[in-house]
Design a protein around this ligand. Structure first.
Ligand code: ARG
Length: 267
């Protein structure tokens, strides 16, 4: 083989090795003695969900922030691990866990009996109510759950809101991967209502013109949020519950929620 071709192939290889590690600053790969690469903890989340997890330009850089992310950082730091964040479609998260591509899911995840069969769930770390979001002009039209009968409703694929909407008689459902796309559908009159977590609804109506929250109150069986790990990963689950317990008793979670809610509406 020609010397130049060989040399440039070598350079290409070196370049791909360099770019392969620490590409987004998420992995450090520091080696201490024979300990090998630094321990990482990979979080799977669907970052379309302010104030839980969302994208924000921080110091000129696209960053995933939110109170779920603050909790994830605490868990990683308690484990002495480097946190790696993977932004994935909400309806793929449980499979990503089961296949071991992510170590934990923190994504405003509501506990359900079906989910508990597929993955292991932590203690509840926060609670919030559900809300119905509509265009301002329709606020009174959709003031109770009954008035949603036969309505065009947009919801996130694989969410508990999808189940709530399926239970509404005659409702025509549009399931989409991202909450932001549902908001666009609402703005462009393609759907008339959406069901989402109260804190998410609040942050969207503050940021998006022409939308509001109605008085309708969707009911769910368990209104708390949990962290998911792969079935049988009791070591990580114990660590997670320990960190959650400490954060809760120090009042930290409320603090993170307030901070993230402010961040979600600030420009
Ligand atoms: N709490 C709902 C559920 O578990 C919705 C969660 C959606 N989360 C997200 N990051 N988009 O189904």
């Amino acid at each position: 083989m020609n010397k130049w071709i060989k040399m440039s192939m070598g350079m290409l290889l070196a370049a791909s090795l360099i770019s392969g590690c620490g590409k987004d600053g998420s992995t450090t790969n520091t080696t201490e003695g024979n300990a090998g690469a630094a321990k990482t903890l990979t979080l799977g989340t669907s970052a379309d969900f302010p104030p839980y997890e969302f994208h924000k330009i921080v110091e000129g850089k696209d960053t995933i922030v939110g109170f779920d992310i603050d909790i994830a950082k605490e868990i990683a730091s308690d484990m002495g691990a480097e946190l790696v964040i993977k932004d994935l479609p909400f309806d793929s998260l449980l499979n990503e866990l089961s296949s071991g591509r992510v170590d934990m899911v923190i994504s405003g995840l509501s506990p359900t009996p079906d989910r508990a069969k597929q993955i292991d769930l932590s203690d509840i770390y926060y609670k919030a109510e559900q809300a119905v979001v509509v265009r301002e002009a329709d606020k009174d039209k959709f003031s109770t759950m009954d008035t949603l009968k036969g309505a065009k409703i947009g919801i996130q694929t694989g969410s508990i809101q999808e189940d709530i909407a399926k239970g509404i008689e005659g409702a025509k459902l549009t399931s989409l991967a991202k909450i932001s796309d549902i908001v666009l559908q609402l703005q462009s009159n393609r759907v008339d209502a959406s069901i989402m977590e109260g804190p998410v609804a609040k942050s969207f109506v503050k940021n998006v013109k022409g939308l509001t929250i109605t008085d309708a109150k969707p009911q769910v069986e368990d209104d708390g949020y949990v962290i998911g790990v792969k079935k049988g990963n009791s070591e990580l689950l114990t660590q997670i519950n320990k960190t959650l317990g400490e954060l809760n008793s120090a009042g930290k979670i409320e603090e993170y929620v307030t901070k993230a809610s402010d961040l979600a509406v600030s420009k």
